[in-house]
Design a protein around this ligand. Structure first.
Ligand code: ADP
Length: 487
């Protein structure tokens, strides 16, 4: 009897393996962090070999924890940090360069060159503005600067792991939609764009649906088990949050924040700085699209308070520090560490703390850092309301920061709509498990996802509208102070 589905959740800072039973309960969970290499200003790298080694290790550890064997696992789903780019040699199976992480800004010159003065040149086809965030220009950078030889393959991390696990070179449409190389209508590579970017088509993986058997694991702890689901992490969280109908949205609070609104079969092209992306693609069904607001720095600002300022020893301490004061004391913290993503897309911006007076202390800074997450989310929600023409009435939330109750209350206050945390907070891993479980009939239909979803806690907005508007407009003024910093 195969009693569980395994989810491999390969994130920006760590790799997890979680086992879920048929009731979508967590049966085991193992996690390992990997190193963040920051060799120069603006560069962020991972070692794809370390990520692969951690993946094998956490899969073994999760099985051991549950006292299960590969034969008990019905299928494996992969979910991953998106856009992070791996290029490897098919003959040796080794990466030819460090993986370039989504946060890395080294491709700015390539993006400027491709833009020819119009950052939206590829938006109609790919749903994306030209920005360092996406994978295509990262491939080009590796080809230009490492000049690797051999039989080269490109993959986002899902594709790298699938290849290591099964030997198949494929990806799913959600991950492919983040490369800037995929046509959003056909869900196929766009050869003209690949050509302009200088990316050989021979390097690209096959684009498949998000839920099908891609292959069986060749060896290691999960040998013989089918890999049957792939979703980019934010799309997986959307799936796991049961946002399965048009108009439903979730916001994930992790390293960055990612708000996705399901727009159904309609590909809505944003006029307000959002991305258009594939939400999920199930076999024999029309693809489902989403509008996405991506914010680069939210939880990582809390890490920065911890690691770079030493204000706290653990991320969870930020709430107590923020509660030592009643408000932000007039300080606003705009964490434009790698420019600003949605809705501004300003690579020239850099971080700023403004409104400082002698009154401001560490408690105010902690509060300003948390408020930055909520204000940035408000800006994305405003953009989404404008693009979709329908105002959001509630927000489902998940991710590492949603344990912070001060932040969740402030978020409801700043948005003026209820914020809802589900019982199963591990929505990313769960979404990948669902995609895999559906492909092998471990779960019979997506209706089961909706049935299993339940709210754990809801925060109601409590701030009066005048106060809210005053703070929000001060935030917007603070944002303008970060522009035009990098020449
Ligand atoms: P990811 O999947 O992007 O690696 P997670 O969802 O695991 O991220 O969330 C981790 C992030 O959440 C970290 O950046 C951390 O600083 C932040 N975080 C964790 N706990 C708290 C907390 N109690 N308050 C604020 N931020 C927190």
């Amino acid at each position: 009897m195969r009693t569980v589905v395994a989810a491999i959740d390969q994130g920006t800072t760590s790799t997890r393996c979680m086992l879920f039973n048929a009731a979508a309960e967590v049966v085991a969970r193992a996690q390992r962090e990997h190193r963040q290499h920051l060799p120069r200003q603006g560069w962020v790298e991972h070692d794809a070999r370390e990520i692969w080694a951690n993946t094998e290790a956490v899969c073994g550890e999760a099985l051991e924890q549950a006292g299960l064997r590969a034969g008990d696992v019905a299928a494996i789903g992969i979910t991953n940090q998106r856009e992070t780019t791996v290029v490897w040699d098919r003959a040796t199976g080794e990466p030819v360069a460090p993986a370039i992480v989504w946060q890395d800004t080294r491709t700015q010159a390539i993006c400027d060159e491709l833009a020819r003065g119009d950052n939206d040149r590829y938006r109609d086809r790919t749903g994306l503005p030209l920005a360092t965030y996406f994978a295509g220009p990262k491939i080009r950078w590796i080809l230009d600067n490492v000049q690797p030889s051999g039989d080269l393959a490109f993959g986002t991390v899902d594709s790298w792991l699938l290849w290591k696990l099964t030997g198949r070179h494929a990806t799913d449409a959600t991950n492919a939609s983040r490369t800037m190389l995929m046509d959003l209508d056909t869900l196929q590579w766009a050869p003209e764009i690949a050509d302009e970017m200088g990316v050989p088509m021979s390097m690209l993986p096959e684009i498949r649906s998000s839920s099908e058997v891609y292959g069986d694991v060749r060896d290691g702890p999960l040998a013989g088990v089918a890999v049957a689901g792939i979703l980019g992490d934010q799309q997986a969280a959307t799936f796991g949050q049961a946002c399965l109908s048009p108009g439903e949205a979730k916001n994930t609070y992790g390293t960055g924040n990612f708000l996705l609104l399901n727009t159904g079969a309609t590909k809505v092209l944003s006029e307000n700085g959002l991305l258009t992306t594939v939400c999920y693609a199930l076999p024999d069904q029309d693809p489902v699209y989403a509008l996405e607001g991506s914010i680069a720095v939210t939880g990582s600002l809390v890490q920065w308070l911890r690691d770079n300022l030493g204000l706290i020893r653990d991320a969870s301490e930020v709430e107590a520090l923020a509660r030592t004061v009643d408000d932000n004391g007039g300080a606003y913290f705009v964490p434009a560490f790698s420019g600003l993503f949605a809705p501004y897309w300003r690579p020239d911006a850099r971080g700023a703390i403004v409104g400082l007076t002698r009154f401001v202390n560490r408690g105010h800074l902690a509060r300003a850092a948390l408020e930055a997450t909520a204000f940035q989310t408000r800006e994305v929600v405003d953009a989404m309301n404008a693009d979709s023409g329908v105002a959001l009435t509630e927000l489902k939330v998940d991710g590492g920061m949603v344990g912070n109750e001060l932040l969740m209350q402030f978020q409801a206050d700043v948005l003026g709509v209820p914020v809802i945390r589900p019982v199963i907070a591990e929505t990313t891993a769960l979404g990948a498990a669902y995609a895999a479980g559906l492909a092998v009939a471990f779960w019979s239909s997506t209706d089961q996802i909706s049935t299993n979803w339940a709210a754990e806690r809801t925060w109601q907005p409590a701030m009066d509208a005048t106060d809210r508007d005053a703070r929000y407009s001060t935030w917007k003024k603070a944002v303008t102070k970060t522009f035009d910093w990098v020449e």
